[in-house]
Design a protein around this ligand. Sequence first.
Ligand code: NAD
Ligand code: DAU
Length: 339
Amino acid sequence: MTKYQNILVTGGAGFIGTNFVRYVITEHPDVKLTVLDKLTYAGNAENLADLPDDRVTLIVGDINDAQLVDKLMRETDAVVHFAAESHNDNSLTDPSPFMQTNLMGTFTLIEAARRYDVRFHHVSTDEVYGDLPLDETSRNEKFTPLSRYNPSSPYSATKAGSDLLVRAWVRSFGLKATISNTSNNYGPYQHIEKFIPRQITNIMSGIKPKIYGNGRNIRDWIHVTDHVAGIWEILMHGTIGETYLLGANGEQDNLTVLKKILQAMGKPVDDFEFVKDRAGHDLRYAIDATRTQETLNWQPKYLDFDAGLKQTIDWYQQNQAWWEKDKAKIEANYAKNRQ
Ligand code: NAD
Ligand code: DAU
């Protein structure tokens, strides 16, 4: 029998939350999930619509709603907390929802979790550690659980703050929490504001892909299925108070990734444009997941990035109706906010 039978998943209608819900429903038949999601522009109820009603319940609501959170927490054995404002570019245009959801929302949840002594897993990002240099001599440097917190953007600063809240609640109140910090995810259901789906759907819409700055910034890609499998393992077997880094040694610079997308979609590899750089743009992320792999039974399985990318392109091609209605609005926002 699975250790936790009733799990509350915040942000379960977003990209990673959806993949987590779908993973648990397939892999762990005795578990029931309640999804608490505000359905912001990034959440989509359709993502969960085909799942069995007796195992997945969607509650449309805000993690800042203390009364609702209290009620749900009473009925829950464990929480996996994905809900967040997640896009760096948006945080540069208007940081306020990031403060509200990422900081205050996490506060509301951990207060309720400690009240009812509920197991809590906090999903976070490698961006809390800031960035690594790009020069070749620093290539062996990677983030570890001991890396210094040094966030660059309003988004990553609020995620860093939320991690520190969780750590303090563990120490001061005995909250039964773990934290995971993970690198850039890719795969199905990712919002089209993000780099990989934005470029795939640009190409499908006859819009030139856009590269910020010189395109040399490096991201450490992990397939979303590997991420959610790692979260499950931490929830079941992680040590309370620990921070776990999840990564798949997937470092690539943005230009290389874009050229792979163009090639896979049958376009000339130079058919894109350079645009203004992101303010404060982090140079390089790289995760050292050794400690997680030594202490838990988790290994990334999607080690062929090109195959995972091809599968992701196929998904956006086969699910045009899922993203098409948002495309014009997202591109209009980019045009307005990145002048
Ligand atoms: P996303 O933007 O796709 O989804 C976020 C979800 O949270 C949406 O469904 C949205 O409706 C919901 N939400 C937002 N504010 C809410 C609120 N106040 N109350 C309830 N629900 C709310 O994000 P994602 O990419 O799936 O990221 C999920 C989590 O994983 C975030 O905490 C993010 O920081 C973290 N993370 C993301 C990545 C990545 O590469 N995408 C990597 C590491 C960690
Ligand atoms: O590292 C984990 C983080 O990865 C998560 O915490 C964030 O929630 C997630 O959004 C992601 O952050 P990034 O800022 O790295 O992801 P994004 O997809 O926005 O951009 C990836 C890289 O591509 C980054 O260097 C900026 C660049 N970029 C992005 C867009 C949208 C472009 O060159 N062109 C674009 O159009």
